[in-house]
Every structure is written in structure tokens, then in C-alpha cells.
Write a protein that binds this ligand. Structure first.
Ligand code: PLP
Length: 420
């Protein structure tokens, strides 16, 4: 049975989908879950990917940041249908490795639509980018310049600077980005090595909820442009990723772009959004395949303060698609009158770190029930493993008839088998 329980991921709140989207999703979930053979023979988790949502996100992007060309961060979710839709919509791609470049090219992207946005690259991957004509790539150290100079003399380099990421859920700037004080020396080294530097990039950290972080980073980038007196033709600003994936957060910094990089400055602005495009499009269905009702030793369970604790074992976990703790009980989609129990949800593996929720108040569910978790498109599919031999979740992409036949950029838009 499909239990109508919908969780949200910890910092990802449940956003009610538009009614057309709901019906597309409903049809697919109903088809999958009501199929007797599916229910009886398999507990394997699965995603439904609502591709309509990607279109809505793209339209919102064009409306809010018309000057900024998005290069979708493939690492966030490399499902082929996602890449194909975004390619048709006209985004570029941020690739982090040879494998991601191969994937983007194989799905129709052209080399000039790709930025190799990893500042520490294996030499063989740089050589691969060179042979495939992928020239745009980031760096933040002298050692990286030496590798690029040995493997890809035609590279168009983008200097990644480190910026304040304290307002973001996932911080990146301890690992990546050159300090502003090191910029001049690095650029001098580029000159000595006869390497072309075309721009500056930054990343404010993933899941950024504070517009001022972007403003400060844009100002820092302006500072780099202004202090470069070495004759480089700097013509690109890359504002990275970090944009929230659901509508509960609004980031606005277009006035900072206009102030520091006005439209007539001759600087092209690009971004590397990942989470923004895919987070809300994916809903994960997991099966409750085991259950324990704990009544006598509840005090041993951390945080337990009632006389019954439920323990559920579900078919996906932290080694699979759920690498964040689900802890947003306010968003369980059940009647307020239903009795709730303190519950712990475990992933399927033998590892006790595989704990999906801590003590969590929710109605009782039963072995065989399916739970739906929404907002699961970011860093889920792409990081899941088959640890302990458990199957990875399959992805079922869906698209409404309306989107299937819609007009994009004045061209009649038929996705058909090309996407799905
Ligand atoms: N660009 C780079 C270089 C990244 O490392 C990441 C994420 O780690 C992204 C883009 C995508 O970030 P987000 O998903 O927060 O938009």
C-alpha cells in the first residue's frame, strides 16, 4: 500500500507542486505502486523525476537573472533525461571530471557549452578535455597551472577566488579558491607560462540562503578585475552555484551585478547552478521492509521520551540516495488527528551509521508500506552506492503533455524519445 506520508529533507521544505505537475506525478506513482507485480516482487526504491519542474525553474531563472547564462552542474544529478532537457533548454554544463565531460558530450552538448569547473584536476582528465576541445577550466593554484601548461596550452583559464561561505549549508571555500592576497602572484605565473586567463569565478557554498553572500563575492571579483594590470583580456564572471532549490528561499543580487558588472562592461556572466534545477523535481519512494516496536528498553534510545518507539528499516539510506538526515516532521502529509509515535528510520545496510532519521514523531506505518520523500533531486542519485549489495534507486522521468508540445525559443518543442 502507498502510505500517504511525505517527508521533506532537512533544509528542503515541502513546496506544493502546481496542479498539472501533481497529476503527472500521481499518474506515475499510481501506475508503479498499484502494479501488483511491482509491490509483491520488489522493495527497490525509485525516483519519479518531474521534468516539468525543470522547465518552470528555467523560466524562473530567465526571468530573474536574464544576464546570467546557467551552466548546469552535472555533479548534482547526472540523470540523462535531466541533461537532455537542459541541453534543449539551452543551458551550458559545469563538468567536474573526464566522466562528466564524456557524459555531457555524449548527450549532445558541444565543447564550447562546457566549463571544466574543478580547480584540482587529474592530469589525464586535462588531456582528455584538450583532445575534446573543452578549453574553459578553473584553477586556484600554481601547481594546477603547471599541469595545464603541460597538457592544454590552449586552455581558457578562469581564476576561482575564495569567498565567504558561512551562510551556506555546504561550505566549499576551505578546499577551493585562491585568497585575494595570492591573486596577483598567480596571474604573474600565468603570464610567465603564456597561459590565457579569461575570467574569475567563485562559489558561495551549496544551499546559500543569504543574498549578501553573493553581493560580497561579486564585489570581491570586481576587485580582482580592477587590480589586474597584466594585459589579460578578462571577459567572464562565473558566479558559481549555491542557489536554493525550492521556493521557500529567495536570493536576489541582480542589483549587485548591475553595480559591479554593468551590462555594458563587456563581461559575460555565467553561473553553475546544480541544486536549483533539480532539487524539487525528484521524489523518492522507499519501501518499509522491516519494523520493530520497542517497548521495554526505550531509555537506551537516544532522545526517546515515550513508552513506545518504532524502528523502521527502509530500502534506501545514507549509503544510497538519502545522504541527509530527514528531520522535518512539520511537513509529514498526514491528518493532524492521527496518533504519532516516536520513530527511528534506518537505511537497509548493516552499518549503524545508516540512520535516516533520529527520533521523529510520525504515524505508524507497516511492513510493505511505501514512503514518499520529496525535494530529493540534489546530490542523491549521483552520490548513491550499492554498498551491501542493495540496488540503487531507479529513476522514472515524467513529462506532461503540455510541456511535451510546448514552444521553446520560438521552436516547436517535441521531446519524445529523445528525452525519455
Ligand atoms: N560548481 C562547483 C564548482 C561546485 O563544486 C558545485 C557543488 O559542489 C556546484 C557548482 C553546484 O552547486 P549547487 O548545487 O549548490 O548549485
Amino acid at each position: 500500500m502507498l502510505h500517504s506520508l511525505i517527508f521533506s529533507c532537512f533544509y528542503l521544505f515541502l513546496a506544493a507542486p502546481a496542479s498539472t505537475n501533481t497529476s503527472v506525478m500521481d499518474v506515475l506513482f499510481t501506475e508503479k505502486l498499484n502494479s501488483a507485480s511491482f509491490i509483491q516482487d520488489s522493495e527497490v526504491p525509485f525516483f519519479v523525476a518531474n521534468l516539468d519542474d525543470l522547465f518552470q525553474k528555467h523560466i524562473r531563472w530567465l526571468r530573474n537573472l536574464p544576464r546570467v547564462k546557467p551552466f548546469y552542474a552535472v555533479k548534482c544529478n547526472s540523470t540523462p533525461a535531466v541533461i537532455r532537457v537542459l541541453r534543449i533548454l539551452g543551458t551550458g554544463f559545469d563538468c567536474a571530471s573526464k566522466g562528466e565531460i564524456e557524459l555531457a558530450l555524449s548527450l549532445g552538448a558541444t565543447p564550447d557549452q562546457i566549463i571544466y569547473a574543478h580547480t584540482t584536476k587529474p592530469q589525464s582528465h586535462i588531456k582528455y578535455a584538450c583532445t575534446r576541445g573543452v578549453d574553459m577550466m578553473t584553477f586556484d593554484s600554481e601547481e594546477e597551472l603547471l599541469k595545464v601548461s603541460a597538457c592544454h596550452t590552449k586552455a581558457k583559464l578562469v581564476l576561482r577566488i575564495s569567498v565567504d561561505d558561512s551562510k551556506s549549508a555546504v561550505r566549499l571555500n576551505q578546499k577551493f579558491g585562491a585568497k585575494l592576497s595570492k591573486v596577483e602572484k598567480l596571474l604573474e605565473r600565468c603570464k610567465e607560462l603564456d597561459l590565457e586567463v579569461m575570467g574569475v569565478s567563485f562559489h558561495v557554498g551549496s544551499g546559500c540562503t543569504d543574498s549578501s553572500a553573493y553581493r560580497q563575492a561579486i564585489e570581491d571579483a570586481r576587485h580582482v578585475f580592477d587590480t589586474i594590470l597584466l594585459g589579460f583580456q578578462m571577459r567572464l564572471l562565473d558566479i558559481g552555484g549555491g542557489f536554493p532549490g525550492n521556493e521557500d528561499f529567495h536570493i536576489q543580487f541582480d542589483e549587485a551585478l548591475d553595480e559591479f558588472f554593468p551590462a555594458d562592461s563587456g563581461v559575460q556572466v555565467i553561473a553553475e547552478p546544480g541544486r536549483y534545477y533539480v532539487e524539487s523535481a525528484f521524489t523518492l519512494a522507499v519501501n518499509v521492509f522491516a519494523k520493530k516496536v520497542v517497548m521495554d528498553d526505550v531509555t537506551e534510545i537516544r532522545g526517546a521520551d515515550s513508552d513506545t518507539v518504532m524502528m523502521y528499516y527502509i530500502s534506501d539510506g545514507v549509503y544510497g540516495s538519502i545522504n541527509c538526515l530527514l528531520n522535518d516532521p512539520a511537513h509529514t502529509n498526514v491528518a493532524p488527528s492521527e496518533r504519532r509515535y516516536q520513530s527511528i528510520i534506518w537505511g537497509p545496510t548493516c552499518d549503524s551509521l545508516d540512520r535516516v532519521t533520529d527520533t521523529y514523531w510520525m504515524p505508524e506505518v507497516h511492513v510493505g508500506d511505501w514512503l514518499l520523500i520529496d525535494n530529493m533531486g540534489a546530490y542523491s542519485v549521483s552520490v548513491s552506492s550499492d554498498f551491501n549489495g542493495f540496488d540503487k534507486a531507479h529513476v522514472y522521468p515524467v513529462l506532461s503533455a503540455h510541456t511535451w508540445n510546448m514552444n521553446v525559443s520560438h521552436k516547436t518543442f517535441y521531446l519524445h524519445q529523445e528525452v525519455l
